[in-house]
Write a protein that binds this ligand. Structure first.
Ligand code: FAD
Length: 466
């Protein structure tokens, strides 16, 4: 049995470890943090009953779509009950006035046609322009000869359509402003969502915290297979051995130094750390990884006195003084019998949040409260001074995703013999998403196995210690 090592227990590393084990390999996962999940994790300080409103909180609100086939497949393989873990809704992008696109169930071209023709609050000019544009993109196979920005892609479309649909979808999917976001990556996501199998365009809203969604079940599954995660262990350096085998220098608890050998390594840490580890071995690969720039995401948790949105998810109009783009009603997502604190709790997502960071998070939180008051409508109750809303917490991830900019070149999965990269940043069709991470993890293991490196001598548990 080969002994593979996985560096990082984010969704990419966990997907890689499960895949490796399913393929009959022995696998050791080194994770520098005290828990798995990476950028999609439960906050450890909120797991206890003493957490705000008795709820486990995440590092940031997430949303999946039906086109995340590998992620959903992995969750199902781990025995996760998808209908309990995720609320599935046909694609809806409705604002508080109830205006916007709401597809009928099923997805596909017919649902898109019916949804666009029936879109509330759109003029006929806007509806026909969207149908014409999507037919044009479909005719080109959703491929562009030359990449351009999403803003350029939408140039011929009515301004209301750009502001009311294209720009919010772009920021949600790519976490990159339309002026710099890659139209090619955007079209690829649209293609998979709109033209994929039934249900691909559905929105899947987490009903549980992110830890319960995948990292906990994956860690439990691996432990069941006698492959527990090695938490609190940071890989400090990688040294090539003969025949595509590797030695890992690991810093363990209390600064203890360990050395492990492996018959293949999946490097599933973020691009900056991957560049540090790979720099001495493949400077060109490391330079590409290090050149990626990042964008922030802020999630503002708003506590209300039991208020309810007209939909579990609404789109907000953002602008210079208005940070939020989407609002999730946890009262309609979490099981309020088990977690009554979810009742009346809203999560407002601020993607591409750089403009809001210098002013400080409290200011961003206040701006969200003002925005909610200003944009009230039939689906978003007006602010009531007798029932004040307050900001429960503002969660900021400064390096949430890489910026999916025009013409971006991402590092390849194969680094050297026996050393493969995984992670949302690795070259692939998707922007920085859970699906991109999971796909890359599985792809790295398939690549490693195809290299056919034979098991090294005694390549089972931790081999040597210094
Ligand atoms: C606030 C926020 C909102 C988001 N919203 C969405 C969304 O709605 N939908 C969506 O699809 N995606 C979303 N994303 C993106 C998604 O979370 C990421 O694409 C995904 O989690 C990346 O997973 P990963 O495994 O590639 O990397 P990571 O999650 O970064 O995992 C890397 C792991 O490696 C570990 N590590 C680093 N260095 C070392 C080392 N030397 N040794 C050992 N371990 C190491 C880290 O601690 C980490 O656990 C969001 C991200 C954020 C932050």
């Amino acid at each position: 049995m080969r002994q593979l090592a996985v560096v990082g227990a984010g969704w990419a590393g966990l997907a890689a470890a499960v895949r490796a084990r399913q393929a009959g390999e022995s696998v050791q996962v080194f994770e520098m943090a005290g828990q798995a999940g990476g950028r999609a994790r439960r906050l450890p300080d909120t797991a206890a009953a003493a957490s705000p409103r008795g709820l486990a909180l995440d590092n940031g609100q997430h949303l999946l779509i039906g086109a995340y086939r590998e992620t959903l497949g992995l969750m199902a393989e781990l025995g996760i009950d998808l209908s309990r873990a995720l609320l599935r809704l046909p694609l809806r992008a409705l604002d508080p006035q109830g205006h916007g696109l709401a597809l009928p169930p099923g997805g596909g071209r017919l649902a898109l046609l019916r949804g666009v023709l029936g879109a509330c609050g759109w003029s006929w000019r806007e509806r026909l322009a969207l149908l014409r544009a999507s037919a044009g993109w479909a005719l080109q196979g959703f491929r562009l000869r030359h990449d351009c920005s999403v803003a350029e892609l939408g140039r011929g479309l009515p301004a209301g359509l750009r502001r009311g649909l294209i720009d919010p979808l772009c920021v949600a999917a790519l976490n990159t402003a339309p002026e710099e976001a890659s139209a090619q990556v955007f079209l690829r996501v649209l293609k998979d969502a709109l033209l994929g199998p039934r249900g691909s365009s559905d929105l899947l809203l987490p009903r549980e915290d992110l830890g319960a969604l995948l990292p906990d079940p994956a860690a439990a599954w691996l432990a069941d297979q006698a492959q527990p995660l090695s938490l609190g262990r940071r890989v400090q350096a990688l040294h090539p051995l003969a025949g595509g085998r590797w030695q890992l220098e690991v810093q363990g608890p209390q600064g203890r130094r360990e050395r492990h050998e492996a018959d293949g390594v999946v490097l599933a840490c973020p691009p900056g750390e991957a560049a540090r580890l790979v720099g001495p071995l493949r400077p060109d690969w490391a330079a590409q990884a290090a050149a990626l720039t990042h964008r922030a995401i802020v999630t503002v948790l708003v506590a209300t006195e039991g208020e309810r949105l007209g939909e579990p998810l609404l789109m907000l109009r953002d602008g210079p003084g208005e940070p939020g783009q989407w609002i999730f009603d946890w009262g309609q997502l979490r099981d309020t019998a088990q977690a009554p604190g979810a009742h009346g709790l809203w999560a407002v997502v601020v993607s591409a949040a750089e403009p809001w960071l210098p002013g400080g998070l409290p200011r961003c939180g206040q701006a969200v409260l003002d925005q909610l008051a200003a944009q009230a409508g039939p689906l978003l109750p007006p602010a009531d001074p007798a029932r004040p809303r307050r900001v429960l917490r503002v969660l900021a991830e400064k390096r949430a995703t890489f910026a999916a900019t025009v013409g971006l070149v991402r590092p390849e999965a194969r680094i050297l013999q026996g050393l493969w990269a995984a992670g949302d940043h690795v070259a692939g069709p998707y922007p920085a998403t859970l699906e991109g991470a999971v796909r890359s993890g599985r792809q790295a293991v398939n690549g490693l196995r195809a290299e056919g490196i034979p098991p090294g001598p005694g390549a089972r548990p931790a081999l040597s210690r210094s």
